[in-house]
Write a protein that binds this ligand. Structure first.
Ligand SMILES: CCCCCCCCCC(=O)SCCNC(=O)CCNC(=O)[C@H](O)C(C)(C)COP(=O)(O)OP(=O)(O)OC[C@H]1O[C@@H](n2cnc3c(N)ncnc32)[C@H](O)[C@@H]1OP(=O)(O)O
Length: 166
């Protein structure tokens, strides 16, 4: 089903999931959707493999870890948290050299913690991986000494989609 995109989130320069200046990264883009969920688009490359032709389960966990975390950051470029628990269910292999999508949402939130779920979808729409995660909300100063420099956390200007088919 097609969902309208409300807002694109910032990317980080060096992140392994979304690093715009990290050649090994999955190159994730994150789009806040009109229905309250968040979507990611990314490409599994040959160097993201575990077995030949199959994306590494740790990379899949990385995508859903970040995407669920970002589901709670909707509407803000200054909301931060760290993962305290992550549970994965691997249902189908994810191929390498494929353009892929994932979707996530917050299921519970209080002042200190939030929880959410997410899925990675195969190109035909089948759910390949499901995750549930719990995160602690923290100021950036408590997560990273020095935080992001201005040139490390920014909006990538490109031809973004207006909607996404999930
Ligand atoms: C765009 C923005 C969004 C970004 C998305 C991010 C995606 C990527 C995120 C990551 O990959 S982060 C990297 C992986 N995660 C970490 O590195 C976290 C490592 N763990 C920690 O740093 C510490 O364990 C943590 C800061 C989370 C907690 O340390 P504390 O020393 O503050 O813990 P403490 O044991 O004192 O617990 C503080 C409170 O939290 C509670 N707590 C801790 N872990 C919990 C848990 N797992 N479940 C429920 N509650 C928990 C704990 O019970 C307690 O409650 P009370 O204040 O009521 O006593």
């Amino acid at each position: 089903m097609k969902q309208k995109i409300k807002r694109k989130q910032n990317n980080s320069a060096r992140c392994i999931v979304c690093g715009d200046q990290n050649k090994a990264s999955l190159g994730c883009r994150f789009y806040e959707l009109e229905n309250g969920e968040i979507a990611a688009t990314f490409r599994s490359e040959d160097w993201h493999q575990s077995y030949p032709g199959r994306m590494h389960g740790g990379m899949a966990a990385g995508v859903l870890d970040e995407l669920i975390g970002r589901a709670a950051a909707q509407g803000s470029d200054d909301f931060w948290g760290v993962t305290v628990e992550l549970h994965m269910k691997y249902k189908k292999p994810i191929p390498t050299e494929a353009d892929l999508k994932a979707v996530a949402r917050v299921t519970k939130k209080n002042r200190k913690l939030f929880e959410g779920t997410g899925e990675i979808l195969l190109p035909d729409g089948t759910v390949a991986v499901e995750a549930w995660g719990k995160y602690m909300i923290l100021p950036l100063s408590k997560i990273s000494d020095g935080g992001f420099a201005e040139e490390e956390w920014y909006q990538i200007e490109e031809d973004d989609p207006k909607e996404i088919d999930l």
